[in-house]
Design a protein around this ligand. Structure first.
Ligand SMILES: [Zn+2]
Length: 78
């Protein structure tokens, strides 16, 4: 039993180790908060849970990932 718990916490520790955590201003909630990345260039706000795409054009900026815009592009109405 203890081994299973230990394995689970090791996996979680590995995720945390791979994840990139930065601080920045979230475009969704306008809060200066922590942003966590598990996929390259995509971050998630730890305050509101909004998805953010990191753009690097000389300077780093964070853009909100608007999932509803993607839906509209496909010509589908919700
Ligand atoms: Zn936010």
């Amino acid at each position: 039993m203890e081994e299973k718990l230990s394995d689970r916490s090791n996996i979680f520790a590995e995720i945390i180790r791979r994840a990139k955590i930065v601080d920045g201003v979230c475009p969704h909630c306008s809060e200066h908060t922590l942003l966590i990345s598990v996929v390259s260039d995509y971050f998630r706000c730890l305050n509101c849970g909004g998805d953010i795409e990191q753009k690097v054009n000389g300077k780093i900026s964070y853009l909100p990932v608007d999932l509803s815009t993607e839906e509209t592009k496909n010509g589908k109405k919700i």
